[in-house]
Design a binder for this molecule. Structure first.
Ligand SMILES: Cc1cc2nc3c(=O)[nH]c(=O)nc-3n(C[C@H](O)[C@H](O)[C@H](O)COP(=O)(O)O)c2cc1C
Length: 206
């Protein structure tokens, strides 16, 4: 098939891209409104961006022309926490993506506990094994989305996730997003060392 973005609707393109660019990590973003109400929602247009400074970014689509609660709260407070969705938290994460009215804390229907973060006022998800605490670095408007870039000011990980001082993905058990209602828990993991090449000669040395 050949798909010409100029001839298909934004919805069709969305469906195509979310099935083609897979699996995607999920930023489960907790925020706090100016009145203190906690909010929690998943975003899979998500990626790390740089390590110095440590930046992550995720894109929030508008909701019929209005900002979603996550974006409103980040604008009000300048802070958010990215919580990792581990396999036991899949159903709770999806519960948070319901069209809950503004002012509802999704922590309640999802059966989760908002806990104080170390360096930001936004709550973290107590049940999540790893969190990135972020301050708003920049907002980038992108058509029907706003790309939110956050600077990580603290990382919290359960000690049980570590192997030789590093986060072990097999212990983290993250869930990726596929298209539609499909998700990808981590199953088989493969190791593949990179070739060693002499930059001067282009020859392989190992
Ligand atoms: C796994 C998953 C990933 C999602 N990714 C995005 C995304 O990248 N951008 C977006 O705008 N909405 C995304 N959504 C939809 C939002 O989570 C949903 O609109 C949510 O209700 C927003 O909540 P809020 O209004 O509290 O911010 C996703 C939903 C799910 C289940």
């Amino acid at each position: 098939m050949l798909l010409d973005p100029a001839t298909v609707s934004a919805t069709e393109l969305y469906r195509f891209l979310t099935c083609a660019v897979v699996p995607r990590p999920i930023a489960w973003v907790s925020t706090r409104a100016a009145d203190g109400t906690p909010n929690l929602a998943p975003f899979s247009y998500f990626t790390p961006l740089s390590s110095a400074p440590p930046l992550v970014g995720f894109a929030i689509q508008d909701r019929e022309g209005d900002p979603k609660d996550t974006l409103r709260n980040i604008r009000e407070t300048g802070e958010f926490v990215v919580n990792v969705v581990s396999e036991p938290l899949l159903e709770a994460m999806v519960t948070c993506a319901g069209d809950w009215p503004r002012g509802t804390s999704e922590f309640g229907p999802a059966g989760l506990t908002p806990a104080p973060a170390e360096r930001v006022g936004a709550p973290r998800v107590l049940e999540s094994p790893l969190q990135l605490e972020c301050r708003l670095h920049r907002e980038v408007p992108l058509g029907n989305c706003v790309f939110v870039i956050g600077e990580i000011v603290a990382v919290r990980a359960d000690d049980a996730l570590l192997t030789d001082g590093r986060v072990d993905p097999l212990k983290l058990r993250p869930v990726g997003r596929l298209g539609g209602e499909l998700y990808a828990p981590l199953r088989e993991v493969t190791s593949m060392p990179r070739p060693r090449v002499s930059r001067a000669t282009g020859e392989r040395t190992g």
